[in-house]
Design a protein around this ligand. Structure first.
Ligand code: GLC
Length: 639
């Protein structure tokens, strides 16, 4: 049962699309005091949800702030990441799902200030609150997913392995990646184009010097089974003669300042304006621009910098310049303050508070609707794809997001690092994101920032073989982490082969989860409800008939696992063979070498995987890579 409550004067976020009538009274079981929603837990209550958030699957014991933030250092103390997903499930004596549909800043104190208290504090109270009660947490998820609408369906080819880096800045670099994978006989379905494919980082341009005959190039890679996937950034470069900029200015399509002038910020292209995606006309205009690239044969995109990320703004620079002059004229002791002043330039809250949207003719301060920005950028694209070709599935995933965006796009988990702890963080976010409707998801495998090591990339891939988006991506200046750049290329080849062997299973699980409004990745506690130990496991997940339990520590040759029921331990070995060992319920130490992919088959179940000989069949290489291959029954083996 879902109940809807209204507070103040809410913005219609369109996160929920079901028509639910408003209750008259106050929320039962949740107190509302001093602008804060308070719920009393007992010692055993668990709290799930919050989508792309830090820390555990059980969110108890910390504080999370919903405010889409471009912060590339996801250390344990961070309260905000790129997404804002205000849905929690309280799993105590009573089971409740609560969605706080508030696109401004919302703080979730989940037993941080007081051990047994949840305190949800919005910066402004204008919001709807949806309260879902059901007998169990799986039903709560289903009820919630029903009211927010079906999740975006990614094309099947987007389940193939993808290689990315900031940046393959010209055709030669992309060709080198193709060759690297080809020479090592490794399968690859997509190569990602980062900002350098554009002319001076101008959206919807292609630098013809770096990528001559782009349309032809896209087709030639497509003929090999590889798709090129370009990035689109939120900020539009201010430059006379650039049509997107000029049209935006002429039609008042950009976010404004208080006086109604186009707000000036700087991102990758230098000075930019932000399109006002919260306005339907702007969405249509910007969305239609994707056609420039789809006309060149592009079938997928990633939307970036859409929190929106701000490097600095004209206003803030002027303000800080003055302060710096004051500081330097005082005395040299103040030099340290200078350093802090510079770091205040990026993503400054004063900027977010100085920007204005035009939502259906009403001027709305950006800070109040901050979390809707990335959502509506991707919605612009999603809506445009339906106009461009309503029967075609395009790939679209975004960095910033809010619930509602899950109907138009997937997400990637932003700028993580080549840290072992980030393999685990990647795993933990999967079920939490599924609860909030995001099914097409994945992290930068191998880590975006910092230098990756061979073993880290291999171990991470052994988790990535299960995630819908399986993309290796890394930052400029870091060690090259394409699979062919490490020593044991044979092992990498085999791990990637495992992905393609599992692909029909993964894709099926993904589609089923969408159809049934279900989790694709379930915490053990969602499957083994009465098993207390299962409720505490945070590094294993259930995926249909299997359990996954990757190794995420360096210099280990295995890991401990808890089996809530008898299971068969399966390893895809380096030589392509499959190792199987029946194990009894309980705790086990399982050996998993760095070049092996482990999984566990649940008691009495099985899954179908493509035979190794089929994946190795050279005549099928192209159709396997573009995921168009039609397997017949004899192409599978049952494990
Ligand atoms: C941002 C993105 C990252 C991209 C970089 C350059 O940091 O999160 O994926 O590579 O910008 O465009």
């Amino acid at each position: 049962m879902v109940k809807k409550y209204k507070y103040g004067n809410p913005i219609e976020t369109e996160a929920v699309i079901a028509d639910i009538s408003e209750e008259n009274g106050v929320i039962e079981k949740v107190k509302f005091e001093n602008n804060c929603f308070v719920y009393n837990m007992n010692d055993k209550t668990k709290v799930y949800g919050l989508g792309e958030a830090n820390r555990g699957i059980n969110k108890r014991g910390y504080k999370y702030v919903s405010y889409c933030t471009d912060d590339p250092s996801h250390t344990e103390d961070k309260e905000s990441l790129y997404g804002a997903h205000n849905f929690i499930i309280i799993d105590g004596e009573e089971k409740l799902g609560i969605f706080f549909d508030n696109p401004g800043r919302v703080t979730f104190d989940i037993g941080y200030t007081k051990k047994n208290e949840i305190r949800v504090t919005p910066e402004n109270i204008d919001m709807y609150v949806y309260v879902i009660s059901a007998d169990n947490k799986n039903d709560i998820v289903r009820e919630f997913r029903k009211i927010i609408g079906k999740s975006y369906v990614a094309p099947k080819w987007a389940f193939g392995f993808g290689q990315s880096r900031w940046s393959y800045e010209n055709k030669d670099r992309v060709d080198a990646v193709v060759k690297g994978y080809e020479d090592n006989d490794m399968l690859i379905s997509s190569i990602y184009m980062d900002i350098d494919y554009m002319v001076d980082y101008k959206d919807f341009t292609v630098n013809e010097e770096r990528f001559p005959n782009f349309k032809e190039y896209v087709r030639s890679l497509r003929d090999k089974g590889i798709r090129l996937v370009p990035i689109i950034d939120a900020g539009v470069k201010i430059e006379d003669g650039y049509d997107v900029y000029e049209e935006g200015v002429k039609n008042n399509y950009f976010v404004k300042d208080k006086e109604g002038k186009d707000y000036v910020t700087a991102v990758w292209p230098g000075l930019t304006h932000f399109p006002d995606f919260l306005n339907a006309d702007v969405r249509k205009w910007f969305g239609d621009k994707y056609k420039i690239l789809t006309d060149m044969g592009i079938e997928g995109f990633w939307n970036d910098m859409n929190e929106p990320a701000i490097f600095y703004s004209q206003n803030k620079v002027d303000e800080i310049r003055e302060e710096i002059e004051k500081l330097t004229s005082e005395n040299d002791d103040k030099l340290l303050d200078l350093r802090w002043k510079f770091s205040e330039l990026a993503n400054n809250i004063d900027d977010y508070k100085s920007m204005y949207h035009n939502i259906n003719g009403v001027k709305v301060n950006h800070n109040k609707v901050h979390n809707l920005y990335g959502y509506n950028m991707s919605r612009a694209a999603g809506e445009a794809f339906k106009r461009i070709d309503k029967d075609k599935e395009y790939l679209m995933f975004s960095r910033a997001s809010y619930i509602g965006m899950h109907r138009y796009a997937g997400i990637w988990l932003g700028d993580n690092c080549s840290w072992w702890s980030h393999i685990l963080l990647n795993l933990k976010m999967l079920p939490s994101l599924n609860m909030c409707g995001f099914l097409y998801i994945g992290a930068d495998i191998g880590g975006f920032g910092c230098n990756a090591t061979e073993d880290l990339v291999m171990r991470w891939l052994a988790l990535g073989v299960f995630t819908p988006l399986m993309r290796n991506h890394s930052a400029m200046g870091t060690r090259n982490q394409e699979c062919y750049n490490f020593e044991d290329t044979e092992a990498f080849k085999n791990i990637i082969d495992v992905r393609y062997r599992l692909l029909p299973f993964i894709y099926d699980e993904y589609k089923k989860a969408i159809e049934n409004d279900d989790l694709m990745f379930k915490p053990l506690s969602f499957v083994y409800e009465d098993d207390e130990m299962a409720g505490e496991i945070e590094d294993q997940l259930i995926l249909g008939d299997i359990m996954i339990a990757p190794v995420y520590t360096q210099n280990t040759s295995g890991r401990y696992v808890y089996l809530p029921e008898d299971m068969t331990f399966v390893k895809f070995m380096k030589d392509g063979k499959i190792y199987k060992e029946p194990l009894k319920a309980g705790i086990h130490y399982v050996k998993v070498a760095v070049n092996e992919v482990p999984l566990f088959i649940r008691n009495g179940r099985n899954i179908k995987v493509v035979k190794e000989s089929v994946i190795k069949d050279k005549s099928l290489r192209k159709s396997i890579m573009d995921c168009s291959v039609e397997y017949s029954e004899e192409d599978f083996e049952i494990i």
